[in-house]
Write a protein that binds this ligand. Structure first.
Ligand code: DGL
Length: 261
């Protein structure tokens, strides 16, 4: 099984992409809804949660780990790779690579949680390969709670997105990285507020492509993954409201199961 986790339901945008790009592969998802958001927690706490969740995913049949969370990817990837022998995919470098490989890109905006932006990980990766690209980052800490709350079309959400993106508009970026797996759920609003000519890079799509390419090049890993279209979604806290949001994101009927770590 492909093991996928996030601080909450936002990582289901990665599940959606994995289902679309790798149809039939069994997957197990863990959304840490009891402890979300991670973006305002310290790196030490996020690492502790990520290790605990990866252990649980592996104990429950995962053969690879997908960190469907930019925050955990930014701070916990090294700890996960040191500790576990299985392939660990993180969500940051696939999106950064899309920028690096596109010669037309000159000026990039990155939005993410406070922890992701403070880690500077996108800027470091892009600048290491393409120092001439301008990178402007902006933490948007209110967006994860708005998504988890299901406030997807409220005027307040539109106003907050506009306020967060305004400084990036002034910088005349040509590309915007959605550096948080919750943000694709707000993609339409983000596109309108940043301007329809701006290219949007969705880290959820980028990681699904990276997994697909890796499995094509590593048949020994691919062979370990079962393909019975078995999709299991677990959360650390469950309410009717979470079920509705999960359904909205995945656009299919969802059965959420509760698990206490
Ligand atoms: N989806 C997570 C991310 O990509 C949100 C982190 C949080 O819980 O704040 O960063």
């Amino acid at each position: 099984m492909i093991g996928i986790f996030d601080s909450g339901l936002g990582g289901l945008t990665v599940v959606r992409e994995v289902m679309a790009q790798l149809p039939g592969y069994d997957l197990i998802y863990f959304g840490d809804t009891a402890r979300t958001p991670y973006g305002s927690k310290s790196p030490a706490t996020v690492i502790q949660y990520a290790v605990q969740i990866a252990e649980w995913l592996l104990a429950n049949g995962a053969r690879v780990i997908v960190t469907a969370c930019n925050t955990a990817s930014s701070v916990a990837t090294e700890a996960l790779r040191q500790r576990f022998q299985v392939p660990v995919f993180e969500v940051v470098s696939p999106a950064a690579r899309l920028v690096i490989r596109n010669p037309r890109i000159r000026s990039v905006g990155v939005i993410g949680t406070r922890a992701t932006i403070n880690s500077g990980v996108y800027k470091k990766m892009i600048k290491a390969e393409r120092p001439e690209i301008k990178v402007y980052s902006r933490a948007c800490p209110l967006l994860v709670p708005l998504v988890e709350e299901g406030w997807l079309k409220k005027p307040e959400t539109k106003r907050i997105v506009k306020k967060y993106l305004y400084p990036l508009r002034l910088k005349q970026i040509d590309t915007l990285i959605l550096g948080c797996t919750h943000y694709p759920i707000l993609k339409d609003i983000i596109q309108i507020k940043i301007g329809k000519r701006i290219r949007i890079i969705d880290s959820s799509q980028a990681i699904a492509e990276a997994i697909k390419n890796f499995l094509r090049d590593h048949p020994e890993t691919e062979e370990m993954l079962s393909r019975n279209s078995d999709h299991r979604i677990y959360v650390s806290d469950i309410t009717e409201h979470f079920k509705e949001i999960a359904q909205d994101i995945l656009r299919i009927p969802v059965r959420l199961e509760h698990v206490r770590l």
